[in-house]
Design a protein around this ligand. Structure first.
Ligand code: PEP
Ligand code: MG
Length: 325
Protein backbone atom coordinates (compact mmCIF):
# COMPACT_ATOMS: atom_id res chain seq x y z
CA UNK A 1 0.00 0.00 0.00
CA UNK A 2 1.36 3.38 -1.03
CA UNK A 3 0.69 6.04 1.56
CA UNK A 4 0.31 9.39 -0.07
CA UNK A 5 1.37 12.50 1.75
CA UNK A 6 -2.21 13.76 1.41
CA UNK A 7 -3.38 10.86 3.53
CA UNK A 8 -0.66 11.45 6.09
CA UNK A 9 -0.87 15.16 6.55
CA UNK A 10 -3.53 17.48 7.80
CA UNK A 11 -4.02 20.84 6.12
CA UNK A 12 -0.92 21.70 4.10
CA UNK A 13 0.57 25.12 3.54
CA UNK A 14 0.08 26.30 -0.04
CA UNK A 15 2.17 28.45 -2.34
CA UNK A 16 0.48 31.39 -4.10
CA UNK A 17 -0.07 29.14 -7.13
CA UNK A 18 -1.61 26.37 -5.04
CA UNK A 19 1.17 23.83 -4.51
CA UNK A 20 0.75 22.16 -1.09
CA UNK A 21 3.72 21.66 1.21
CA UNK A 22 3.70 20.19 4.69
CA UNK A 23 5.66 21.99 7.38
CA UNK A 24 6.33 19.65 10.27
CA UNK A 25 8.61 19.75 13.29
CA UNK A 26 11.69 17.89 14.51
CA UNK A 27 11.74 16.75 18.12
CA UNK A 28 14.18 14.91 20.34
CA UNK A 29 12.08 14.33 23.44
CA UNK A 30 8.39 13.70 24.10
CA UNK A 31 8.19 16.72 26.40
CA UNK A 32 8.86 19.12 23.51
CA UNK A 33 5.28 18.83 22.25
CA UNK A 34 3.91 22.07 23.68
CA UNK A 35 6.10 24.33 21.49
CA UNK A 36 5.43 22.07 18.50
CA UNK A 37 1.67 22.37 18.83
CA UNK A 38 1.97 26.08 19.45
CA UNK A 39 4.08 26.45 16.27
CA UNK A 40 1.29 25.23 13.98
CA UNK A 41 3.39 22.32 12.69
CA UNK A 42 1.37 19.75 10.72
CA UNK A 43 2.96 16.79 12.42
CA UNK A 44 6.37 15.56 13.51
CA UNK A 45 8.63 14.97 10.51
CA UNK A 46 11.50 13.62 12.58
CA UNK A 47 11.35 12.22 16.09
CA UNK A 48 14.96 11.44 17.04
CA UNK A 49 14.50 8.49 19.40
CA UNK A 50 18.20 8.17 20.28
CA UNK A 51 17.54 10.81 22.94
CA UNK A 52 15.87 8.07 24.98
CA UNK A 53 19.43 6.88 25.59
CA UNK A 54 20.47 9.19 28.36
CA UNK A 55 23.95 9.00 29.85
CA UNK A 56 24.91 5.92 27.90
CA UNK A 57 22.13 3.87 29.47
CA UNK A 58 20.50 1.06 27.56
CA UNK A 59 17.48 1.69 25.37
CA UNK A 60 14.33 1.57 27.55
CA UNK A 61 12.26 -1.61 27.19
CA UNK A 62 9.34 -2.07 24.81
CA UNK A 63 6.71 -1.11 27.37
CA UNK A 64 8.41 2.16 28.30
CA UNK A 65 9.07 3.04 24.64
CA UNK A 66 5.46 2.21 23.72
CA UNK A 67 4.24 4.60 26.43
CA UNK A 68 6.46 7.44 25.24
CA UNK A 69 5.66 6.98 21.53
CA UNK A 70 1.94 6.59 22.29
CA UNK A 71 1.90 9.86 24.19
CA UNK A 72 3.47 11.66 21.22
CA UNK A 73 1.10 9.97 18.74
CA UNK A 74 -1.99 10.80 20.83
CA UNK A 75 -1.01 14.39 21.40
CA UNK A 76 -0.16 15.05 17.74
CA UNK A 77 -3.26 13.36 16.31
CA UNK A 78 -4.69 13.82 13.71
CA UNK A 79 -1.25 14.73 12.38
CA UNK A 80 1.42 12.14 11.60
CA UNK A 81 4.43 11.45 13.80
CA UNK A 82 7.40 10.04 11.91
CA UNK A 83 9.35 8.04 14.44
CA UNK A 84 12.94 7.44 13.42
CA UNK A 85 14.51 4.30 14.79
CA UNK A 86 17.63 4.64 16.90
CA UNK A 87 20.43 6.65 15.30
CA UNK A 88 23.09 6.28 17.97
CA UNK A 89 26.77 6.49 17.05
CA UNK A 90 28.54 9.07 14.89
CA UNK A 91 28.62 12.33 16.84
CA UNK A 92 25.74 11.17 19.02
CA UNK A 93 25.48 9.04 22.12
CA UNK A 94 27.15 5.68 21.71
CA UNK A 95 24.96 2.57 22.08
CA UNK A 96 27.72 0.67 23.76
CA UNK A 97 31.12 1.82 25.06
CA UNK A 98 32.57 0.00 22.06
CA UNK A 99 31.57 2.87 19.76
CA UNK A 100 33.91 5.20 21.67
CA UNK A 101 36.83 3.26 20.29
CA UNK A 102 35.97 3.77 16.65
CA UNK A 103 38.64 5.69 14.73
CA UNK A 104 36.01 7.05 12.29
CA UNK A 105 32.69 7.14 14.15
CA UNK A 106 30.84 8.89 11.31
CA UNK A 107 31.89 6.09 8.97
CA UNK A 108 31.30 3.41 11.52
CA UNK A 109 28.71 1.79 13.65
CA UNK A 110 25.69 4.07 13.67
CA UNK A 111 22.03 4.22 12.71
CA UNK A 112 20.43 1.25 11.02
CA UNK A 113 23.74 -0.63 11.15
CA UNK A 114 23.45 -0.84 14.93
CA UNK A 115 19.76 -1.79 14.84
CA UNK A 116 20.33 -4.60 12.33
CA UNK A 117 23.24 -5.89 14.41
CA UNK A 118 21.13 -5.87 17.60
CA UNK A 119 17.89 -7.55 16.47
CA UNK A 120 16.50 -7.97 20.00
CA UNK A 121 16.80 -4.22 20.64
CA UNK A 122 15.52 -3.38 17.14
CA UNK A 123 12.53 -5.69 17.60
CA UNK A 124 11.55 -4.01 20.88
CA UNK A 125 11.68 -0.59 19.26
CA UNK A 126 9.64 -1.64 16.22
CA UNK A 127 7.03 -3.32 18.42
CA UNK A 128 6.79 -0.17 20.54
CA UNK A 129 6.36 2.01 17.43
CA UNK A 130 3.67 -0.34 16.09
CA UNK A 131 1.80 -0.27 19.41
CA UNK A 132 1.76 3.53 19.28
CA UNK A 133 0.38 3.36 15.73
CA UNK A 134 -2.94 2.15 17.16
CA UNK A 135 -3.36 5.44 19.02
CA UNK A 136 -2.58 8.09 16.41
CA UNK A 137 -1.02 8.44 12.97
CA UNK A 138 2.48 7.02 13.10
CA UNK A 139 5.11 6.33 10.43
CA UNK A 140 8.47 4.63 10.90
CA UNK A 141 11.71 5.83 9.34
CA UNK A 142 15.15 4.23 9.19
CA UNK A 143 18.37 6.30 9.49
CA UNK A 144 21.69 5.90 7.67
CA UNK A 145 20.38 3.63 4.92
CA UNK A 146 23.13 3.01 2.36
CA UNK A 147 21.57 0.33 0.18
CA UNK A 148 18.69 -1.95 -0.67
CA UNK A 149 19.51 -4.85 1.62
CA UNK A 150 19.27 -2.64 4.71
CA UNK A 151 15.83 -1.49 3.56
CA UNK A 152 14.66 -5.05 2.96
CA UNK A 153 16.01 -6.34 6.26
CA UNK A 154 14.43 -3.44 8.16
CA UNK A 155 11.07 -4.02 6.49
CA UNK A 156 11.34 -7.71 7.30
CA UNK A 157 11.63 -6.79 10.97
CA UNK A 158 8.53 -4.57 10.72
CA UNK A 159 6.53 -7.36 9.08
CA UNK A 160 7.75 -9.91 11.59
CA UNK A 161 6.68 -7.66 14.47
CA UNK A 162 3.30 -7.04 12.81
CA UNK A 163 2.71 -10.80 12.61
CA UNK A 164 3.69 -11.22 16.25
CA UNK A 165 1.40 -8.45 17.48
CA UNK A 166 -1.45 -9.81 15.42
CA UNK A 167 -1.04 -13.25 17.02
CA UNK A 168 -0.90 -11.61 20.45
CA UNK A 169 -4.07 -9.64 19.74
CA UNK A 170 -2.32 -6.28 20.16
CA UNK A 171 -3.66 -3.42 18.04
CA UNK A 172 -1.52 -1.58 15.47
CA UNK A 173 -1.85 0.10 12.07
CA UNK A 174 -1.31 -2.45 9.26
CA UNK A 175 -0.83 0.44 6.82
CA UNK A 176 1.88 2.13 8.86
CA UNK A 177 3.95 4.10 6.32
CA UNK A 178 7.59 2.99 6.10
CA UNK A 179 10.18 5.55 5.03
CA UNK A 180 13.93 5.97 4.91
CA UNK A 181 16.36 8.79 5.50
CA UNK A 182 18.36 9.73 2.42
CA UNK A 183 21.53 10.97 4.09
CA UNK A 184 24.28 8.77 2.68
CA UNK A 185 25.33 9.68 -0.89
CA UNK A 186 25.00 6.01 -1.93
CA UNK A 187 21.31 6.12 -1.05
CA UNK A 188 20.75 9.34 -2.98
CA UNK A 189 22.58 8.01 -6.03
CA UNK A 190 20.58 4.75 -5.88
CA UNK A 191 17.30 6.39 -4.83
CA UNK A 192 15.61 4.85 -7.89
CA UNK A 193 16.44 1.39 -6.52
CA UNK A 194 15.11 2.20 -3.04
CA UNK A 195 11.95 4.15 -3.90
CA UNK A 196 9.90 1.10 -4.99
CA UNK A 197 10.39 -0.37 -1.51
CA UNK A 198 9.22 2.52 0.66
CA UNK A 199 6.39 5.00 1.20
CA UNK A 200 8.50 8.13 1.53
CA UNK A 201 12.00 9.61 1.59
CA UNK A 202 13.23 12.17 4.10
CA UNK A 203 16.53 13.79 3.13
CA UNK A 204 18.87 14.26 6.09
CA UNK A 205 20.97 17.09 4.73
CA UNK A 206 23.11 17.38 7.88
CA UNK A 207 24.68 14.05 7.07
CA UNK A 208 24.19 14.13 3.31
CA UNK A 209 26.28 17.30 3.07
CA UNK A 210 29.07 16.06 5.32
CA UNK A 211 29.35 12.73 3.50
CA UNK A 212 29.13 14.30 0.04
CA UNK A 213 31.83 16.92 0.54
CA UNK A 214 33.77 14.82 3.09
CA UNK A 215 33.70 17.61 5.69
CA UNK A 216 32.78 16.73 9.28
CA UNK A 217 29.55 18.51 10.23
CA UNK A 218 30.93 19.41 13.67
CA UNK A 219 34.55 20.34 12.81
CA UNK A 220 35.07 24.13 12.58
CA UNK A 221 38.28 23.69 10.54
CA UNK A 222 36.31 22.38 7.59
CA UNK A 223 33.15 24.45 8.12
CA UNK A 224 34.02 26.46 5.01
CA UNK A 225 33.63 23.32 2.90
CA UNK A 226 30.32 22.34 4.47
CA UNK A 227 28.02 24.06 1.98
CA UNK A 228 24.33 23.17 1.72
CA UNK A 229 24.18 24.66 -1.79
CA UNK A 230 27.22 22.79 -3.14
CA UNK A 231 26.24 21.71 -6.68
CA UNK A 232 26.82 18.06 -5.71
CA UNK A 233 24.34 18.34 -2.83
CA UNK A 234 21.74 20.05 -5.00
CA UNK A 235 22.12 17.37 -7.67
CA UNK A 236 21.68 14.60 -5.09
CA UNK A 237 18.54 16.25 -3.73
CA UNK A 238 17.17 16.59 -7.24
CA UNK A 239 18.03 12.98 -8.07
CA UNK A 240 16.29 11.77 -4.91
CA UNK A 241 13.12 13.76 -5.60
CA UNK A 242 12.99 12.60 -9.23
CA UNK A 243 13.29 8.94 -8.16
CA UNK A 244 10.53 9.46 -5.59
CA UNK A 245 8.25 11.16 -8.11
CA UNK A 246 8.80 8.40 -10.68
CA UNK A 247 7.69 5.88 -8.05
CA UNK A 248 4.72 7.81 -6.70
CA UNK A 249 6.18 8.54 -3.27
CA UNK A 250 6.93 11.87 -1.61
CA UNK A 251 10.18 13.46 -0.45
CA UNK A 252 10.74 15.64 2.60
CA UNK A 253 13.81 17.28 4.07
CA UNK A 254 14.51 17.10 7.79
CA UNK A 255 18.09 18.44 8.03
CA UNK A 256 18.90 21.98 9.20
CA UNK A 257 18.75 23.17 5.61
CA UNK A 258 14.95 22.77 5.68
CA UNK A 259 14.64 25.57 8.24
CA UNK A 260 16.80 28.13 6.39
CA UNK A 261 14.30 30.45 4.69
CA UNK A 262 16.98 31.71 2.29
CA UNK A 263 16.79 28.20 0.79
CA UNK A 264 13.01 27.69 0.80
CA UNK A 265 12.67 28.91 -2.84
CA UNK A 266 15.34 26.43 -3.97
CA UNK A 267 13.94 23.43 -2.06
CA UNK A 268 10.40 24.21 -3.14
CA UNK A 269 11.59 24.59 -6.74
CA UNK A 270 13.42 21.26 -6.63
CA UNK A 271 10.10 19.65 -5.72
CA UNK A 272 10.17 18.74 -2.02
CA UNK A 273 6.74 18.13 -0.51
CA UNK A 274 7.55 18.35 3.18
CA UNK A 275 9.96 20.41 5.29
CA UNK A 276 10.57 19.31 8.86
CA UNK A 277 12.20 22.00 10.96
CA UNK A 278 12.81 23.11 14.54
CA UNK A 279 9.55 24.23 16.21
CA UNK A 280 10.83 27.84 16.33
CA UNK A 281 11.26 27.86 12.54
CA UNK A 282 7.82 26.47 11.64
CA UNK A 283 5.95 29.80 11.38
CA UNK A 284 8.71 31.47 9.32
CA UNK A 285 8.99 28.58 6.89
CA UNK A 286 5.20 28.46 6.54
CA UNK A 287 5.12 32.18 5.84
CA UNK A 288 7.89 31.82 3.23
CA UNK A 289 5.96 29.05 1.40
CA UNK A 290 2.76 31.10 1.37
CA UNK A 291 4.67 34.01 -0.23
CA UNK A 292 6.25 32.01 -3.05
CA UNK A 293 5.10 30.79 -6.45
CA UNK A 294 6.06 27.19 -7.18
CA UNK A 295 6.35 27.88 -10.91
CA UNK A 296 8.79 30.73 -10.31
CA UNK A 297 10.81 28.63 -7.83
CA UNK A 298 10.94 25.68 -10.25
CA UNK A 299 12.31 27.91 -13.05
CA UNK A 300 14.92 29.27 -10.62
CA UNK A 301 15.83 25.73 -9.47
CA UNK A 302 16.44 24.70 -13.11
CA UNK A 303 18.85 27.58 -13.40
CA UNK A 304 20.46 26.69 -10.05
CA UNK A 305 21.08 23.14 -11.30
CA UNK A 306 23.17 24.61 -14.13
CA UNK A 307 25.12 26.95 -11.85
CA UNK A 308 28.64 25.69 -11.01
CA UNK A 309 29.11 27.58 -7.71
CA UNK A 310 27.66 27.15 -4.20
CA UNK A 311 27.50 30.91 -3.77
CA UNK A 312 25.82 31.35 -7.16
CA UNK A 313 23.14 28.80 -6.22
CA UNK A 314 22.61 30.45 -2.84
CA UNK A 315 22.30 33.86 -4.52
CA UNK A 316 19.66 32.56 -6.94
CA UNK A 317 17.55 31.22 -4.09
CA UNK A 318 18.06 34.39 -2.04
CA UNK A 319 16.98 36.58 -4.91
CA UNK A 320 13.48 35.05 -4.74
CA UNK A 321 13.48 35.07 -0.94
CA UNK A 322 14.27 38.81 -0.99
CA UNK A 323 11.71 39.50 -3.67
CA UNK A 324 8.87 37.86 -1.76
CA UNK A 325 9.64 38.22 1.96
C1 PEP B 1 20.34 14.77 9.12
O1 PEP B 1 21.35 14.06 9.05
O2 PEP B 1 20.13 15.75 8.38
C2 PEP B 1 19.30 14.49 10.12
C3 PEP B 1 18.15 15.14 10.12
O3 PEP B 1 19.58 13.57 11.08
P1 PEP B 1 20.54 13.89 12.31
O4 PEP B 1 20.81 15.36 12.33
O5 PEP B 1 19.79 13.40 13.50
O6 PEP B 1 21.74 13.06 11.97
MG1 MG C 1 21.47 12.22 10.06
Amino acid sequence: VRNSLDAMRGAATETVDGRPLTVSANIELADELAPVKHSGAKGIGLYRTEFLLLNGEEMPDEKHQAEVYSKVAREMAPHTVIIRTLDAGGDKLPVEPLTDLEPNPFLGWRGIRVSLARPAMFREQIRAILRASALGKVAVMFPMISGLSEVLRSKEMVHRCMDELEKEGIAFDRDLPIGIMIEVPAAAICADLLAPEVDFFSIGTNDLIQYTVAADRVNPHVAELYRPTHPAVIRLIKRTIDAATDNGIWTGICGEMAGDIRLTPLLLGLGVEELSVGPQQVPRVGQAIRSLSHAECAAMADEALRNPRSQGILDLSMSLARKHY
